[in-house]
Design a protein around this ligand. Structure first.
Ligand code: PEP
Length: 251
């Protein structure tokens, strides 16, 4: 059956010493505890190797926040999936709305990234979600279907089974505005049905679908109590142990 997962997305925050201190703080806080979910932290590329070496990887998975859409070669400034995997990281976020919007990453680019992540044994945390105008127009179900179909439905059922989906309504990211637990459940159930239509019920039932968008210690319990909400992708509240730990403990 699918896993519950709480994943942090630090975005472009923390210097290396600050990031190491945060990761070590979380590692310390989890000592002697057995969280009932997998815990992942999505850290800047520059921090991956040091953080992977500093934390107990049996308790905290380390994720990149992006990876290149090319395997290797003359792509100055890019970081490949193989490079990420060589640091000890085992996940990478792909298709975050900030990458789609600010860096114009389209469905084809994201498809390549997912394929390369999987080829390098990184579990993609694949982000989907609608903008406010799309929700107001009642288009949100179509939008997420298209995002999933265009970048993921080329995968075999076996490979699809290795990825995690994060539903993140763009209007809820960093805004303090959260989808209600009912709104999250409604669209998560829809996404699971879309997956079931393509890959069958077992693959759909085994897929972890996380909610992201201003999730915090106060709203996490209600969200993860919903049947099809299997955890969260957490931005702002992942930047302090005090805020992140209660979300880890929300199940
Ligand atoms: C995110 O960036 O994935 C996110 C959900 O951010 P926040 O929790 O700050 O809304």
């Amino acid at each position: 059956m699918r896993k519950n997962i709480i994943a942090g997305n630090w975005k472009m925050n923390t210097t290396l010493p600050e990031g190491l201190a945060l990761a070590k703080g979380l590692n310390e806080a989890l000592k002697g505890k057995t969280p009932t979910c997998d815990v992942v932290i999505g850290v800047p590329f520059t921090h991956l190797a040091s953080i992977a070496a500093a934390v107990d990887l049996t308790k905290i998975g380390v994720a990149a926040q992006n990876c290149a859409d090319k395997e290797k070669g003359a792509f100055t400034g890019e970081i490949s999936a193989a490079m990420i995997a060589s640091t000890g990281a085992t996940y990478t976020i792909i298709g975050h709305s900030e990458r789609r919007i600010y860096y114009h990453e389209n469905a084809e680019i994201l498809k390549n990234k997912v394929n390369l992540a999987l080829a390098n044994e990184l579990a993609p945390i694949f982000c989907i979600g609608e903008i406010l105008e799309e929700r107001e127009a009642g288009e949100h179900f179509n939008v997420v279907d298209k995002q999933v179909e265009a970048s993921l439905f080329n995968l075999s059922a076996e490979d699809f089974g290795k990825l995690i989906i994060a539903y993140e309504p763009v209007w809820a990211i960093g805004t303090g505005k959260t989808a209600t637990a009912e709104q999250a459940q409604e669209i998560h159930a829809h996404i699971r049905q879309t997956i079931a239509n393509k890959y069958g019920q077992t693959v759909a039932d085994n897929c972890s679908i996380l909610y992201g968008g201003s999730m915090n210690a106060e709203n996490a319990k209600d969200l993860v109590a919903k049947q099809d909400v299997d955890g969260g992708l957490i931005g702002g509240a992942s930047l302090s142990v005090e805020k992140f730990l209660p979300i880890v403990e929300a199940f």
